[in-house]
Design a protein around this ligand. Sequence first.
Ligand SMILES: *Cc1c(COP(=O)(O)O)cnc(C)c1O
Length: 390
Amino acid sequence: MLADEVMGRIRSVHPIAGPLALHEPVFVGNEVAYVTDAIESGWVSSAGSRIEDFERGLLEVTGSQHAIAIVNGTAALHLSLVASGVGPNDEVLVPSLCFVAAANAVSYCGALPHFVDCDPNNLGVDAPKLRGYLEGFGLERSGLVNPATGRFVRALIVVHNFGHPAQIDALTEICEEFGLTLIEDAAESLGSTYCGRKTGSFGLLSTLSFNGNKTITTGGGGAILTDDHELAARIRHLSSTARSTERWVWSHDALGYNYRMPALNAALGCAQLEVLPRLLESKRDLARAYFAAFDGLDGAALFREPEGARSNYWLNLLVLDRDRRSEREGILAAADAAQIQLRPIWTPLHQLPMYVDHPRMDLSQTNDLADRIIALPSTPRLSGDDPAGA
Ligand SMILES: *Cc1c(COP(=O)(O)O)cnc(C)c1O
């Protein structure tokens, strides 16, 4: 039985006998100390030095010029789209195989997500297929036009699914050639690199998430990264209700958003950043242990980082062979009974009720993969008596 084989092999790589969660937060550094400091100092809300500390830390980790801490990754995507000029009736290219946040953020702008297919080698947007598709579009002076709808296509959101870098160099070229803004959703890929360069540094605007299930967490949180000084200033302004910067004037010069990350969350983030290198190391160790344990399994294989890229292996994935896809439900049920938290990959976005009528290209690769991928328990294990820096 494939299900029994899979359960046995998962158990063999985890040192604990009890329930196995998909991905838990790991607090082994200065988390309690920094959050306590924040409470004792009174600086818990939308101002305070902890926010700046956290933003500075993000610059070090990602190599970006500017980082703006945001309430969550979805809001970071929304504000990135707003700041790059996406508006009502525009279309934005979004992978169908990804978390729903990207499509929702486009919809919040009154724009329409236009779904594109994934590359089975990296689970990101299929660059050659996208290029072929866009060659049928009209490139006018004011932008790229979808011939089927007459709407402008303004941007491409690239997602590094499960931490595996998409083919970002080819996708960057496509964006340049077709006049599209590149927005990079690096929520799952903190610490991953493509040709030696960190994900989160490729988009005109790139976004992160620090939700509780991500590589590091601030409870809830996100960030926008960019090398563009003007955009950074505009996003900082818009994220704090577009409030006037004159000292005692309480006024707003644009439609702003209350999207800044509170200092309490940033304090937690500062402690998590200190532990990040060890978390990343431990996640690679876990991936290596999975590869060893699943070696020679008949009927399924683990997903490996794409060539030329280094993945943070945020979640380890098991991909069932095509002729074994019907066994996925049985595996998920067996895991549930064994208190092992497995997750099927997201339902493709073009199949969700609010998006069934949205524009799309051929999505055969997404459809082929979506019902045979399973995410495996991927919490890194660090011992609590070995705090950050020790
Ligand atoms: C988690 C995630 C988000 C959204 O982040 P939140 O902080 O939960 O709003 C966006 N995109 C991807 C790819 C994600 O995995």
